[in-house]
Write a protein that binds this ligand. Structure first.
Ligand code: NCD
Length: 305
């Protein structure tokens, strides 16, 4: 039985097959409409979510399966003190596969060790968010036609943003990738990523503070929200929250093919005036997220069509 804790749980070849499957689902949705008939997905969300949970649910429903779960730890037995391990043992009797989001780093991993069904990490604290990364990879590959030879700018909260950590881990496996990390001093990427992932693999990167200085050199600009819920004090958040605002003026500095991605939700970091720019791909990214989660569910349940 396979789980998904990190994008590295799949080899590059397996990822290619998963993304191919997602593209086939996009082209021929009717072929897959009953692929998971009789199967149940449990969504266990101990932390707020709109997109990830609903996109998992939509994915399972579009495969002809059914869903159950909770979207708030306070309404689950976690509020009575039940451990994640006990909860997943029980969920294994109710469902065939489970997506779990938790504020504690490693909680889905703990669950996977005792689970009777595949567990998907739907975001664990500031650590990883592998299905957002699958979404990002599918978006980039579908719209750019490749996952190599890319200069990727990651902007905003690179310290606490789990989507950033997962995406860096996944992209360093492709050839000729270089990163530009755009963040205030306080929100720079964590040392463990710098040392264990970037330096260990000899990946080229630079760190800058001003978005304006690098716009013209990017193939992808990945904007992120300042992760308020992971700050230790509100004052720091207030000081940093509007550090970056991508607007039309800054978009003029970018090339005609640069894509803007964002895992969403956005707060102020992308002005709504950018939404109509053809390079703004963040709402298309949401649609790719459903196809890739459909492909993931089929893969982990070993359903072949
Ligand atoms: C992200 C997350 O939860 O980490 N959202 C998402 O799943 N698309 C990004 C965020 O909350 O800023």
């Amino acid at each position: 039985m396979r789980h998904l804790m990190s994008p590295l749980d799949f080899t590059v070849e397996e990822l290619d097959r998963l993304l191919d499957l997602a593209n086939d689902i996009e082209r021929n949705p009717e072929k897959y409409a009953h692929a998971c008939a009789g199967k149940i997905l449990a969504t266990l969300f101990y932390e707020p979510s709109t997109r990830t949970r609903l996109s998992f649910e939509s994915a399972m429903l579009r495969l002809g399966g059914q869903v159950l779960g909770f979207s708030n730890a306070a309404s689950s037995s976690a509020a009575k003190g039940e451990s994640v391990s006990d909860t997943i043992r029980m969920i294994s009797c109710y469902a065939d596969i489970c997506a779990m989001r938790h504020n504690k780093e490693g909680a889905p991993m703990v669950a996977s060790r005792v689970s009777g069904v595949p567990v998907i990490n739907a975001g664990d604290g500031g650590h990883q968010h592998p299905t957002q990364t699958l979404t990002d990879l599918l978006t980039i590959r579908s719209l750019k036609g490749r996952l190599n030879r890319l200069t990727i700018g990651l902007c905003g909260d690179l310290k606490f943003g789990r989507t950033v950590h997962s995406l860096i881990n996944a992209l360093v496996r492709y050839d000729h990738i270089s990163f530009v990390f755009i963040s205030p001093e306080e929100l720079r990427i964590p040392d463990y990523i710098r040392e264990d992932v970037l330096d260990a693999k000899g990946v080229s990167y630079r760190e800058v503070e001003r978005l304006e200085d690098v716009m013209g050199s990017l193939d992808i600009l990945y904007m992120t929200r300042v992760q308020r819920e992971r700050f230790f004090n509100e004052e720091d958040y207030v000081r940093l929250k509007d550090f970056y605002i991508l607007d039309k003026k800054k978009m003029k500095l970018a090339g005609p093919d640069m894509l803007v991605l964002h895992p969403l939700p956005r707060v102020n970091e992308i002005s709504v005036e950018v939404d109509s720019d053809p390079r703004a791909a963040y709402f298309r990214q949401v649609q790719f997220g459903v196809y890739v989660r459909m492909a993931l569910i089929l893969t982990l349940l070993e359903v072949n069509i």
